[in-house]
Design a protein around this ligand. Structure first.
Ligand SMILES: Cc1ncc(COP(=O)(O)O)c(C=O)c1O
Length: 452
């Protein structure tokens, strides 16, 4: 007989009074609930919340000073005005905002125009699925692609926790492609795909962020983007390209996304408006233009098939949120690259300032902080600092409590072991003064911890 999933009514562990309530046995719950990895983000934010006066480099939140209520109203008005201008009857205009909506979304045309303008990704609206943030796009894409326990997801490691977390929720096995000091090497993807196949399994897709990755800040050079597409072809892989930070590089230094180079529909592109607009909208999207051929020979873009998955997760993305993003896109002339240039310059300025402060506080000739090194991303929200000692949640707690500065321990982003002595600094939500003071405090924490 298998052991019971519930504990009979009685005295719950650690509580004095007997209760009539049933309790659940954690060992019988899904790892999506019980695996400590699933709790890492909560632990991180809890630590940051416990020390509200600490300067926090722990998150990837966007800068808040440009948020304005009047923008929300203007974007919404613009969206509604555009629908009316197109001759839509008033009841349909109302419905678009107030009602349940089509699962695949009401702003697909606008997103298609934006992708053509900003990324030279030329796709049709029916290949786009509007999602509840990029996180849902990841979950939905994984659900559609992975069928058997032998289907393996390759992911760069360290990796955005939302991907490994979603894979865990769906019981999808993950194989790490370890990042090198310079970032992801496509030959490593080939080697891991080969190893997986040699073990009798199927490497289905590889998750990558080509521009300013979370957490490492690394970007793929153009040659690596091209080579990755060849590797995908050679090993029959799909590429899941996630690109929330791509607009936040230096002016004029933009590289084509992998999707823009993709002639054979190897890439499913995952997009987010959380950083380019604001996370409160919870709007993202995916581009999945791969034709799915049915038994009767008809074909529909994969995005339309994935809409079935989304319909069972969130039904449809909130009409109000889509309307606001749709209005923003229309107002920007369907170019968020142009509309976010001021923001991008601010982030690049923060990156440069963080790097300058690190150089000032950790000069190479300083013996006490010998071993403190950092990478030099060319854009995005994050960079990595290597410390001469191990860093974990208790170390973060000490740093926040005793030195007033918080950050993210890198070990939580690894598939398996790694990053024991590395921290991720996210500078996007801070002011310039906070960046200066924060790095000063970080230097004090590192000096204090190096002595011990
Ligand atoms: C790499 C990456 N992908 C996806 C997401 C999730 O985006 P969204 O907020 O649109 O769900 C994030 C959020 O920080 C991220 O860093």
């Amino acid at each position: 007989m298998t052991s019971p999933r519930t504990t009979a009514p009685g005295t719950p562990p650690g509580q004095g009074t007997p209760s009539l309530a049933v309790s659940l046995d954690a060992t019988h719950l899904h790892p999506g609930v019980t695996d400590p990895v699933m709790d890492s983000m909560r632990l991180l934010s809890e630590t940051a919340f416990r020390y509200p006066d600490a300067i926090s480099f722990a998150s990837g939140r966007p800068y808040e000073e440009f948020f304005a209520f009047e923008d929300l109203h203007r974007y919404l008005d613009r969206f509604v005005a555009d629908l009316r201008d197109r001759g839509l009857p008033e009841e349909r205009v109302k419905r678009a905002v107030f009602q349940y909506g089509p699962t695949n979304g009401v702003i697909r045309d606008a997103v298609a125009r934006m992708l053509a303008t900003d990324e030279s990704i030329h796709t049709t609206p029916d290949s786009i699925l509007i999602t509840h943030g990029c996180q849902e796009a990841i979950l939905v894409a994984l659900r559609g692609l992975f069928v058997s326990p032998d289907d393996v997801l390759l992911t760069v490691s360290p990796c955005y926790v939302g991907v490994t977390g979603a894979a865990k929720l769906l019981d999808i096995p993950v194989e790490a492609v370890p990042e090198r000091a310079y970032g992801l090497d496509p030959e490593d993807v080939a080697a891991v795909a080969h190893r997986v196949r040699s073990a009798g399994k199927r490497p289905v897709a590889c998750y990558v962020t080509a521009d300013f990755a979370n957490p490492s800040g690394h970007s793929l050079p153009l040659s690596a983007r091209r080579r990755l597409l060849e590797v995908a072809e050679e090993h029959d892989l799909l590429i899941l390209e996630d690109n929330p930070y791509g607009l936040f590089g230096r002016a004029g230094e933009q590289l084509p996304t992998i999707k823009a180079l993709d002639d054979s529909r190897r890439v499913i592109y995952l997009g987010s408006f959380a950083k380019t607009a604001f996370p409160g909208a919870r709007v993202g999207y995916l581009v999945a233009d791969q034709p799915v051929v049915s038994a009767d020979g008809s074909a529909r873009p994969f995005a339309e098939e994935l809409a079935k998955v989304k319909s069972m997760v969130t039904v449809n993305t909130a009409g109000i949120a889509q309307a606001v993003i749709g209005g923003l896109l229309a107002e920007s002339g369907y170019s968020l690259r142009a509309a976010t240039r001021r923001l991008a310059d601010l982030y690049v300025g923060h990156l440069d300032l963080t790097l300058a402060c690190l150089a000032e506080h950790f000069p190479p000739e300083d013996f006490a902080t010998h071993g403190v090194r950092w990478n030099v991303p060319t854009g995005g929200f994050f960079l990595l600092v290597e410390t001469p000692f191990d860093v974990d949640i208790p170390a973060l707690e000490r740093s926040a409590r005793d030195h007033g500065v918080a950050w993210a321990p890198m070990r939580m982003f690894y598939v398996g072991e790694g990053g024991a002595n590395v921290i991720r600094l996210g500078f996007s939500s801070l002011t310039r003064d906070e960046v200066r003071e924060g790095i000063h405090r970080l230097a004090e924490f590192i000096r204090a911890s190096s002595k011990g």
